[in-house]
Design a protein around this ligand. Structure first.
Ligand SMILES: Nc1ncnc2c1ncn2[C@@H]1O[C@H](COP(=O)(O)OP(=O)(O)OP(=O)(O)O)[C@@H](O)[C@H]1O
Length: 793
C-alpha cells in the first residue's frame, strides 16, 4: 500500500477503505487483462478435466466451488473452452449431462472479461421453452454467479407486464420464455438489446419447433446480428434452416453422443411392455402398487388424461403419495408441485410433456410412459428425467401392440437401446370394476373420464407419424370400458394437419394467450358497451320488466312501430306504448330531467334519464307535434371543410360506382388494414427508436460522468445510478430472495445427493462474511414465488 500522505490521516478508517477499493480496482484491471490473454492462448484441443484447468475469473471459480462443481462433464469440457473463445456452438449431449453449466459459465465469463456494467444494458439472453426450466436455469445462474456483480432477471410471465417492464432496462442477463420476451420486445420501449453479446437457446430443437418458430424469428429480428449464439439440446440437429434463421457463424458442433453407442445415458435401463390399450390402467396401477417406495414420473398425452388418472387412482389409494402436473394448472400450483415432487423421497407424479424437457428432479427411480410419445426425441427427453449425471435409473414404455413395430424402429434409428419386459402375472391386478363403480357413483369423474378418453383418441388421431399410430387399430371401446365409462364417447375428428399444429402450438402463442407452458393470461379488454346496451339488458326493473324483455327480443325492429301495434292490440293498464331514448349528452337532458319537455311523459323509475314512457294516446299525439319533436331531434351534424373551403359531412358516402371500380369490398378492406397496420408499425418503430435514443443518451451521459468522477478521484467506489436511484449492481444478484436471509441462524436444509455431512460444516456462516455466501436453494413455494417476482429488483 502507498504510504499515507499528510492529507490522509493514517488512522482515518474511511481512507483505508478507499485505498483498499482503489487497489482492488487496479488489481481487477490487471486480472481482466491476464484473463483475456489466457483465453486467447487457450488451446481448445487440450483435455480439460476440472473447472480449475480453465481460465476462469475469480467470481465464477468461487461460485462453482461453493456450488460443489469441480469436475467437468464431457459436454462442459468441450463446449466451455470454445464458448470462452467466442465461438458459436451447436451443442448436443445426453440428458442430464450438464449442458446448463456448459452455457452459463461462458455467459458469466464473457461478460466479465468485457467488464460489463449496468450501463452496458442487456449482455446475454437465455431462452427456455418452459417456465419451469427457465426458473431452474435461473437458480443455477444464481448459485454460480453469486460472486459476480451482474444484474440478472427472469422473464417468464405470470407477473404484471408493467412490473417487469420497470426493471427490464437494468438487466445484464435475462432468462426467459419466448412468448413473454417477445411481448416485452414489442411493448417495452426502454428495453434495449442493441448491445447484446450472447444468445443462448436451451432445448434449442424444441424452441425452433413450429410452436415457437414465429416468436423466435421475431425475437431474433430485434437482436444485433453480431453476437455469439449457443444452442443446446439432448436432441440437437444440424438443420441448416435453423442455423440460417439464427444467423450462426461457422458454428462448432459439439456432439458428445454422436459417436456413442446410445443416445441415452449408460446408467439408464430401458424397457417396454406390450400392453393393449384396454389393460393399460390395470398394469399401471399394479406397477405403482409394487413400487410404493420409489419416486416415479408417469407421462401421459394430455392434461385431461393426467387429471382422470390422478383423480381415479387417488380414490383407489395405492399407498404412495400421488401428484399431478399439466400446463392448464396455475403457475403457482405448478411451482408448488414441482418443488414438492423434487423434495419427496417416494411419490408418483402424473404429468404431460410440460416436464419432459430439462427438469432436474433429484433421484427419480422410474420414468413410465403410459401414452406413447409422439416421436423418438420426446422419448429421449422423457426418459432423461431419470439417470441424471451418472446416477442409475429405469424407464418403461407402454406400447399397444399396434404401436410396437413403428416405435421400435424409430427408437433404433435414434440409437436408443430398449428391451422387452413382461409384467409379473402374480402382481397384476384389475381395477376395472372399481373404476366402473366410481364412475357410476360420481358423475364428475365419469365426465372427466369421457373428456380424457376424447382427448386421448384425438391425440392419437393427430400424431404425425402414421407408421406408429393407426387410429383404427386401437381397441377404443375396450379402453373406455377400462376407464369405467359406460361406452366410448362419440368423437368428431378435425381433419388435416391443422389439428397437429394446434396440438403443438404452445397455448401462449395462440391468439387467446391461453398459455400452457409459457405465458400468462393478459386481462381481456372489456367489450365497448353503450348505455343503451345496458338499458336493454336490464331485467327485473319493476312491473315493466316483461315489456323490456319483449323489446329486447324484438331487437332490430322499428320500436315505435312495434309499440304502436301494441297500442292497438293491447289495452292493458300501464303498458309501455313506446320508449323514446334520449341521449344523455344532448340538451334534452335537462328537459327530460324536469320531466316536462313532453307534457305527460314520464321518466321510468330505475331507468333515470334514459327513457321516456308515453302511456296514453293523448301524449302520443303530442309527440307528433313538430315543435315538440324538435326537442328530440339531433342538433345538427359535424362538418369538415376541404382545401377549397367547401363543407363536407364527416363521413360521406362515396360514389358507389367508384367504389365498385376499385375491386371487391373484402380486398379493399384487407388493403386498407394492411396499409394502416404498416403506418402504425412505422410510427411505433419511430417512437421506440426515439425512446431508445433518449435512453442511450442518458446512459452515455451517466457513464461519462462516472468516468470523469473516477478519473478525478481514484478512491471513489463505483456508484451506478439509474434514473436517480442509487443502484449497486451487486445488489441485484445479491438481493435475490434467499430462504434464510432473515434468520440469524439459518434453517437446516435437506442435503443434496452429492453432499455429505462435511458440507454442513462448510455451510456454517463465517464471521464477517456476506449473507449471500450462505446462499441456499429456494425450497418452498414462497421462495420460488418470490424468486419469480423479486428477481428483477
Ligand atoms: N460438473 C458437474 N459436476 C457435478 N454435477 C454436475 C456437473 N454439471 C452438472 N451437474 C449436475 O448434473 C445434473 C444435470 O445437469 P443439467 O440439468 O445441466 O443437465 P442437462 O444436460 O441440461 O439435461 P437435460 O438434457 O435433461 O436438460 C444437475 O443436477 C447438475 O447439478
Amino acid at each position: 500500500m502507498a504510504p499515507p500522505t499528510a492529507r490522509h490521516k493514517p488512522n482515518a478508517p474511511g481512507k483505508f477503505k478507499s485505498d483498499a477499493r482503489s487497489l482492488k480496482r487496479k488489481r481487477d484491471v490487471v486480472d481482466h487483462e491476464k484473463l483475456q490473454n489466457l483465453v486467447d492462448e487457450l488451446d481448445i484441443k487440450s483435455e480439460f478435466k476440472e473447472f480449475c484447468d480453465l481460465p476462469l475469473s475469480q467470481p465464477t471459480a468461487s461460485g462453482l466451488e461453493a456450488s460443489h462443481f469441480k469436475t467437468l462433464t464431457d459436454v462442459q469440457s468441450k463446449a466451455v473452452p470454445l464458448a470462452l473463445k467466442g465461438k458459436d456452438i451447436l451443442g448436443a449431449a445426453k440428458t442430464g449431462s450438464g449442458k446448463t453449466l456448459a452455457f452459463l459459465v461462458p455467459v458469466l465469463e464473457n461478460l466479465y472479461r468485457q467488464k460489463w456494467t449496468e450501463f452496458d444494458g442487456l449482455g446475454a439472453l437465455i431462452i427456455s421453452p418452459t417456465r419451469e426450466l427457465a426458473i431452474q436455469i435461473f437458480e443455477v445462474l444464481r448459485k454460480i454467479g453469486r460472486h459476480h456483480t451482474f444484474s440478472a432477471g427472469l422473464i417468464i410471465g405470470g407477473r404484471s407486464l408493467q412490473e417487469e417492464q420497470e426493471r427490464l432496462g437494468r438487466m445484464n442477463i435475462l432468462v426467459c420464455t419466448p412468448g413473454r420476451m417477445l411481448q416485452h420486445m414489442d411493448q417495452t420501449a426502454a428495453f434495449e438489446v442493441d448491445n447484446l453479446q450472447m444468445l443462448v437457446l436451451d432445448e434449442a430443437d424444441r424452441i425452433m419447433d413450429m410452436g415457437f418458430q414465429t416468436a423466435i424469428d421475431a425475437i431474433v429480428e430485434h437482436l444485433p446480428k453480431k453476437r455469439q449464439t449457443l444452442l443446446f439440446s439432448a436432441t440437437q440437429t444440424k438443420r441448416v434452416s435453423d442455423l440460417a434463421r439464427l444467423s450462426l457463424k461457422d458454428p462448432e458442433y459439439v456432439s458428445v453422443h454422436e459417436s456413442a453407442a446410445s443416445a441415452t445415458p449408460m446408467s439408464l435401463q430401458q424397457f417396454y411392455v406390450l400392453c393393449p390399450l384396454a389393460d393399460k390402467l390395470d398394469t399401471l396401477f399394479s406397477f405403482i402398487r409394487s413400487n410404493i417406495k420409489a419416486k416415479i414420473i408417469v407421462f401421459l398425452s394430455s392434461g385431461k388424461q393426467v387429471r382422470f388418472v390422478y383423480e381415479s387412482f387417488r380414490h383407489l389409494q395405492p399407498g404412495i403419495p400421488l401428484m399431478h402436473l399439466h400446463g392448464r394448472q396455475k403457475q403457482t400450483t405448478r411451482l408448488e408441485i414441482t418443488s414438492k415432487f423434487s423434495a419427496s423421497k417416494n411419490s408418483c407424479i402424473f404429468a404431460t410433456d410440460v416436464v419432459a424437457r430439462g427438469l432436474d428432479f433429484p433421484a427419480v427411480d422410474w420414468v413410465i410412459q403410459l401414452d406413447c410419445p409422439e416421436d423418438a426425441d420426446t422419448y429421449i427427453h422423457r426418459v432423461g428425467r431419470t439417470a441424471r449425471y451418472e446416477r442409475a435409473g429405469k424407464a418403461v414404455l407402454f406400447l399397444d401392440p399396434s404401436e410396437e413395430e413403428g416405435m421400435l424402429k424409430r427408437l433404433e434409428q435414434k440409437k436408443v437401446p430398449i428391451q422387452r419386459t413382461k409384467p409379473r402375472e402374480k402382481k397384476q391386478q384389475s381395477i376395472k370394476n372399481q373404476l366402473q363403480n366410481m364412475c357410476f357413483q360420481d358423475p364428475e369423474l365419469k365426465y372427466l373420464g369421457q373428456k380424457a378418453f376424447v382427448s386421448y383418441a384425438r391425440s392419437i388421431f393427430v400424431q404425425k407419424d402414421k407408421e406408429i399410430y393407426h387410429i383404427n387399430k386401437y381397441d377404443l371401446e375396450g379402453y373406455a370400458a377400462s376407464m369405467g365409462l359406460p361406452g366410448a364417447p362419440k368423437i368428431k375428428f378435425r381433419k388435416g394437419e391443422d389439428a397437429k399444429k394446434a396440438k403443438n402450438i404452445p397455448r401462449a402463442l395462440l391468439s387467446s394467450e391461453e398459455e400452457s407452458d409459457d405465458e400468462p393470461k393478459e386481462p381481456k379488454k372489456p367489450e365497448v358497451r353503450t348505455k343503451y346496451d345496458r338499458m336493454f339488458e336490464r331485467r327485473n326493473q319493476d312491473v315493466l320488466s316483461g315489456h323490456y324483455s319483449k323489446l329486447i327480443a324484438e331487437d332490430g325492429h322499428d320500436e315505435i312501430d312495434d309499440a304502436r301495434k301494441d297500442a292497438d292490440d293491447d289495452n292493458d293498464f300501464l303498458s309501455v306504448k313506446r320508449v323514446v331514448s334520449v341521449d344523455e349528452s344532448s340538451d334534452d337532458d335537462e328537459a327530460s330531467d324536469e320531466g316536462d319537455a313532453i307534457p305527460g311523459a314520464k321518466i321510468i323509475p330505475g331507468v333515470g334519464r334514459e327513457a321516456i314512457v308515453i302511456d296514453s294516446k293523448r301524449k302520443e299525439k303530442l309527440m307528433t307535434s313538430k315543435k315538440k319533436l324538435l326537442k328530440l331531434k339531433e342538433k345538427g351534424t359535424k362538418l369538415v371543410f376541404d382545401d377549397e373551403g367547401k363543407p363536407h359531412e364527416m363521413y360521406e358516402l362515396e360514389d358507389e360506382r367508384d367504389f365498385v371500380r376499385r375491386g371487391p369490398a373484402d380486398a379493399q378492406r384487407a388493403k386498407f388494414v394492411e396499409l394502416a397496420t404498416e403506418k402504425v408499425r412505422e410510427a411505433d418503430l419511430d417512437d421506440k427508436e426515439l425512446a431508445k435514443q433518449k435512453k442511450r443518451e442518458r446512459r452515455e451521459k451517466k457513464k461519462a460522468k462516472y468516468a470523469e468522477e473516477n478519473a478525478g478521484s481514484e478512491d471513489e467506489a463505483p456508484a451506478l445510478v439509474e434514473d436517480g436511484d442509487h443502484q449497486d449492481p451487486l445488489e441485484l444478484l445479491a438481493s435475490l430472495p434467499l430462504a434464510d436471509e432473515e434468520d440469524s441462524k439459518p434453517a437446516k436444509r435437506p442435503k443434496k445427493w452429492f453432499e455429505d455431512d462435511s458440507e454442513d460444516e462448510k455451510r456454517k456462516p463465517k464471521k464477517n462474511k456476506r449473507v449471500i455466501e450462505t446462499a441456499d436453494e429456494p425450497e418452498t413455494l414462497e421462495d420460488l414465488e418470490a424468486l419469480a417476482a423479486g428477481l428483477l429488483k
